[in-house]
Design a protein around this ligand. Structure first.
Ligand code: SF4
Length: 306
């Protein structure tokens, strides 16, 4: 048994069979990459907007979904469900009319049970949430918000372009609409201390987000992060520290929050990270270490009066 509330088991229990994410590109861009503030987006943002697994956005969206379904069926067979995953950039960065035009074309297969929209917490005006909520009769709607850190100075230094308050506001309004909410966190940011990581877990638990994606910090060539490292102004944390932070985060996290990911994977080209290890090796080490310490998600979750 996993020492944390793992997504695959959660979805299997909820839907009765495997649910597989299929990434789809909308090509909507990101408001944080167009700001005239001297830095082009978050300091770690790769040019694809962190969505390198998907097809090009120039391919019509229905075709992208068809291709991804066929590819996924080859691996897992036809007896599965799908989560259409709008992953790259900011997938609510458009007018309500344009978003409706995109979302209306997504449900081309009755096995699509989840619509998973990745976006920024400062890009979900209420009219957009109202539109998104209208698709609840077609699938479970999940909105993923990038937060990465709860430390104000870290958010500024990362050039995130939003605050913790923006995130809290977005999560509360999204939950009110009956939409599943998910937060992205990078646990091994050198700007953050362990206390920030713990506070991150506590804030997400208090807010009642439904899911979390944890990331390791990786470096894509040509990014501001890459420049800082080459200039000797910044250094990635060692693997041991990543494991410590990851475990501590999980210990303080509400055990009912679903873990969608324990670590990310750098793009195959022009990038490095994950200490030269495969993602599966990292996951196995975290799980091994948790079993060895007899610890689990929520072990230190005693700070909320529920
Ligand atoms: S919010 Fe996402 S897409 Fe936009 S700059 Fe940051 S990492 Fe890149």
């Amino acid at each position: 048994m996993k020492p944390y509330n793992q997504l695959n088991s959660f979805w299997k229990k909820k839907y009765g069979k495997r649910v597989q994410r299929i990434p789809v590109s909308t090509g909507l861009g990101c408001p944080n990459r167009t700001k005239k503030n001297g830095i082009n987006g978050c300091i770690f943002c790769d040019p694809t907007g962190s969505g390198f697994a998907a097809e090009s956005p120039t391919v019509p969206i229905e075709e992208q979904i068809k291709t991804m379904i066929q590819r996924t069926e080859k691996k897992y067979g036809e007896d599965i469900y799908f989560a259409v995953y709008l992953q790259s950039y900011t997938n609510t960065y458009a007018s309500v009319e344009k978003l409706k035009h995109i979302f209306d074309r997504l449900f081309i297969d009755e096995r699509i049970k989840v619509l998973d929209i990745s976006t920024r917490p400062d890009c979900v005006e209420q009219e957009k949430l109202d539109l998104i909520a209208t698709y609840k009769d077609k699938a479970e709607i999940l909105i993923e918000y990038g937060l990465q850190s709860v430390n104000r100075e870290t958010l500024v230094d990362l050039n995130r372009g939003h605050t913790l308050a923006d995130f809290i506001d977005a999560v509360l309004r999204t939950k009110k609409m009956g939409i599943t909410t998910l937060a992205h966190m990078i646990v091994d940011l050198p700007q953050d201390a362990m206390e920030d990581v713990v506070e991150g877990a506590q804030i997400l638990s208090a807010l009642g987000v439904d899911g979390v994606k944890l990331h390791s910090l990786y470096v894509v060539e040509g990014t501001e992060l890459d420049r800082r490292i080459k200039q000797g102004r910044y250094d990635l944390l060692p693997f041991d520290e990543f494991v410590e932070r990851e475990i501590r985060f999980l210990e303080y996290l509400d055990p009912s929050i679903v873990i969608h990911r324990l670590c990310s994977e750098p793009p195959k080209e022009n990038a490095h990270g994950n200490w030269g290890m495969l993602k599966i090796e990292i996951i196995q080490e975290i799980e091994r270490s948790m079993h060895e310490r007899n610890t689990y998600q929520g072990k230190r979750f005693t700070y909320l009066n529920r």
